[in-house]
Design a protein around this ligand. Structure first.
Ligand code: ZN
Length: 138
């Protein structure tokens, strides 16, 4: 019951975050569209444009990836599979979901996956967040 309430809260949070990301991405895209039309200018301007272009597309890349993860989480909420680990099918602890609402695996499976690809820099952060959130959990 408490878990369900928390998931409802996370759902609202994810929807808000999704809308914000969509807006940001829409802004980035219009910015990117405007750039190729700026022809001429000196080399410095061109270099600056290129750098900004790169930053914008990097940001857009990160934002679209997060957006995809959020869409995925919302879809899983609709299907009722949200909060279950994709790998081992165990319930992902609420503390982890609060820290990372679109987590698709439990910490054990995430750690196993990341040990294959090298040390995960943000894994420690997730753990800290877990610890601080566990107090509010029932
Ligand atoms: Zn798992």
């Amino acid at each position: 019951m408490a878990r369900k309430d928390s998931i409802t809260k996370l759902h609202n949070l994810l929807v808000k975050r999704r809308d914000a990301l969509r807006q940001a991405l829409a802004g980035d895209l219009s910015l990117l569209k405007a750039l190729p039309e700026m022809t001429g200018g000196d080399v410095v301007d061109a270099a600056l444009d290129a750098a900004q272009d790169e930053i914008s597309s990097k940001l857009a890349e990160v934002e679209s990836r997060e957006l995809a993860q959020i869409e995925n989480a919302l879809e899983r909420m609709r299907q009722g599979t949200y909060g279950l680990c994709e790998v081992c099918n165990n319930k992902i602890p609420l503390a982890r979901l609060n820290a990372l609402p679109y987590a698709m695996t439990c910490i054990e499976c995430q750690r196993a996956a990341e040990s294959n690809t090298g040390p995960g820099a943000d894994l420690g952060m997730t753990f800290d967040a877990d610890a601080s959130f566990s107090d509010s959990e029932v």
